[in-house]
Design a protein around this ligand. Structure first.
Ligand code: NAP
Length: 260
């Protein structure tokens, strides 16, 4: 199936590592331009260079996305280089463990800034360009918005808001034929996941107990599986799909707990 992404310019926040890296690579494999926006310049360059070495197109923009000015910089730099934006993948985020009991009001606000505000800021600044191209937006959320996790109020609030904004933006952007969807991962082995699991007591035991509870094939989802759904949603092949929250999680969030 040709996804029709040839020369489409798509911004991927956190596109250098983990799920974002898989999305950047797949966009490039499909002939698109992966614009990698993230805080670590060396990570961004490494992934962009690997894509270019494999014959793809990529561009790296160093940006601390919790800062409004950096969000604007990402949009301005993309338009300056390519003259257009065809898609935005809001992906950057981190489960930063700001709990109700163990956190603070300041920590909570900072978590919202690092996990939520840039989803809005980038969509806001990208909108004039997405209107021109009839581009679209894919957000990466988390099952934590539906299930909770404990000790992570800022992250849970951000991911819940992202689900709400998916519906809200899908409605607001109907007149412009801009689609907005969200992909929900649950358990995906990435640098973020590795850091999180290693922060727990007995990480190997915990990992085995989580994996055993994933209904489909008792395995983690791969970053590539998240990327496949994300890139399909970016493409015109999903041209009548909007306002949807899709769980790519091997049934972890919704299937019957009693299945063995
Ligand atoms: P990852 O391995 O940590 O990669 C995320 C990338 O985004 C990193 O390069 C990180 O930079 C960058 N980043 C994060 N916050 C940023 C910010 N405020 N400004 C600039 N760059 C930022 O994470 P991942 O596991 O691929 O997660 C990607 C998305 O999937 C996140 O939204 C996460 O909530 C969601 N998710 C993941 C899982 C999972 O199982 N992995 C499950 C549910 C949801 P640094 O490394 O320098 O911080």
């Amino acid at each position: 199936m040709d996804l029709g992404l040839q020369d489409k310019v798509i911004i991927v926040t956190g596109g250098a590592k983990g799920i974002g890296e898989a999305i950047s690579r797949l966009i490039a494999e499909e002939g698109g331009v992966a614009v990698i926006a993230g805080r670590n310049a060396a990570d961004n360059e490494k992934t962009a260079n690997a894509i270019i070495a494999a014959g793809g197109k990529a561009f790296a923009i160093s940006s601390e996305l919790g800062k409004v000015d950096d969000c604007k910089k990402v949009i301005d730099a993309t338009v300056e280089k390519y003259g257009k934006i065809d898609g935005l993948v809001n992906n950057a985020g981190a489960n930063d463990g700001v709990g109700l009991e163990n956190g603070s009001p300041e920590g909570f606000m900072k978590s919202l800034q690092n996990n939520l505000s840039h989803y809005y800021n980038l969509a806001h600044y990208a909108l004039p360009y997405l209107k021109t191209t009839k581009g679209n937006i894919v957000n990466i959320g988390s099952k934590v918005a539906s299930t909770g996790q404990g000790n992570t109020s800022g992250y849970a609030a951000s991911k819940g808001a992202i689900n709400a904004l998916t519906r809200e933006w899908a409605v607001e952007l109907l007149p412009y034929s801009i689609r907005v969807n969200t992909v929900i991962p649950a358990e995906v082995w990435t640098p973020l996941y590795e850091t999180w699991i290693n922060s727990l007591p007995n990480p190997q035991e915990k990992l085995a107990s989580i994996t055993a509870k994933i209904p489909f094939e008792k395995r983690m989802t791969t970053s590539e599986e998240i990327a496949n759904t994300t890139v399909f949603l970016l493409s015109g092949r999903s041209g009548h799909t909007t306002g949807q929250i899709l769980y790519v999680d091997g049934g972890y969030t919704h299937l019957d707990r009693s299945i063995s």
